[in-house]
Design a protein around this ligand. Structure first.
Ligand code: ZN
Length: 357
């Protein structure tokens, strides 16, 4: 057993040492020694920990590298205010997600057509210029990006939807490190229009920023990148002249971005003035559209993870429970996290897990 994994698995459930002690029936001083590698863990204790944390015992012996990802990944959108236990829980879950993906990827090669370039904003002039360069590099056709998640996956970025513990976190993106590919974990609760802008924003970070950049400027740059990537100025400008809410609703269907993003784009490209922008935003607030917009657009469909699962099940002959073992999850959680249908008659009772939709 790897003491660091014990800590990671405990944190991934949002539990303190005291709480795990209570749940597992192992005295807290002993538990603390175990986590520091100073106490032996016999099989009986390992089983108690596994039961308390609802992980198979295998997970405790993983030796994958565990990465902190610094403040940068947590910087945007006001999440510093989150409690430490929540941040640790997210950090642990992100690490576990990467470890599980690595196991699924170990026997399968993913075809990628493009790379994620590292581009310097100062060299290019503006984040919008960088966005144009990436569109060109990736051969994105003119007009709306049909499927943002698919575009990212073609460049080798894995896209995962997850419950990120707080509505305040839209997404977390991680550069490729070691054998881990670049990864964007997005909040599964986001509506489709925000999801796409969020993905483009995170791509902006991956392309333009090192993990050390944590400034409001970097956030502004990622937003400008996303706006140009999804709504290229040269192609959308004429449509935005004299913007109204009815017009924004029509354009939303075409461009698959939020009405608020279109209204902001109209202002940023000087197609409406500040007064008009503010009055449109006030109208949207009054109608409750800042929280939930009318006009639904379809969600993007990341496919890499579901293909990984399918290849294991169909081509490599894994059974459902064998594959759950590969990623060291109990079967109920495996079905939930990877959106796999458990086989009929599989006993998934007795778990505390619920689907988060
Ligand atoms: Zn950001």
């Amino acid at each position: 057993m790897n003491p660091q994994m014990l800590t990671l698995l405990r944190e991934s459930r949002g539990l303190s040492g005291a709480q795990l002690a209570k749940l597992s029936g192992i005295p807290q001083p002993t538990l603390s020694k175990m986590e520091n590698g100073l106490a032996m863990i016999d099989e009986g204790r390992l089983q108690k920990l596994a039961d308390a944390l609802e992980y198979p015992t295998d997970a405790f012996s993983w030796t994958d590298p565990i990465y902190g990802f610094g403040s940068a990944a947590f910087y945007h959108r006001k999440q510093q205010a989150l409690p430490q236990t929540t941040l640790r829980k997210i950090q642990a879950q992100v690490n576990l997600t990467r470890m599980r993906l690595n196991r699924l990827l170990s026997s399968i090669e993913i075809d990628t057509q493009y790379v994620v370039p590292s581009l310097d904003v100062e060299e290019y002039g503006t984040p919008a210029e960088v966005a144009r360069a990436v569109r060109a590099l990736w051969r994105v056709p003119m007009g709306p990006v049909r499927d943002m998640a698919a575009a990212l996956e073609l460049a080798g970025i894995i896209v995962v939807r997850s419950n990120l513990e707080s509505p305040r976190i839209a997404a977390i993106s991680l550069d490729n490190v070691g054998t881990y590919p670049a990864l964007i974990i997005m909040n599964g609760a986001l509506p489709a229009d925000r999801e796409r802008f969020t993905l483009a924003h995170e791509l902006g970070h991956l392309v333009m920023h090192s993990v050390l950049v944590t400034t409001d400027e970097a956030e502004r740059e990622a937003d400008e990148f996303a706006a140009e990537f999804l709504m290229p100025a040269a192609e959308i400008r004429a449509d935005l002249r004299g913007m109204t809410l009815a017009r924004a609703a029509q354009l939303k269907v075409v461009w698959r971005v939020a009405m608020s993003a279109l209204v902001r784009r109209a202002r940023d490209l000087s197609m409406i003035d500040d007064t008009r922008y503010r009055s449109l935003m006030v109208s949207m607030s009054q109608k409750g559209w800042r929280k939930s917009e009318p006009v639904e657009v379809p969600h993007d469909h990341p496919t890499v993870i579901s293909s990984l699962i399918q290849v294991h099940l169909m081509d490599h002959g894994y059974s459902f429970d064998e594959l759950a073992q590969v990623v060291a999850l109990n079967e109920a959680e495996f079905a939930l996290r990877f959106e796999v249908e458990p086989p009929r008659g599989a006993g998934l009772k007795g778990s505390h897990l619920r689907a988060v939709k």
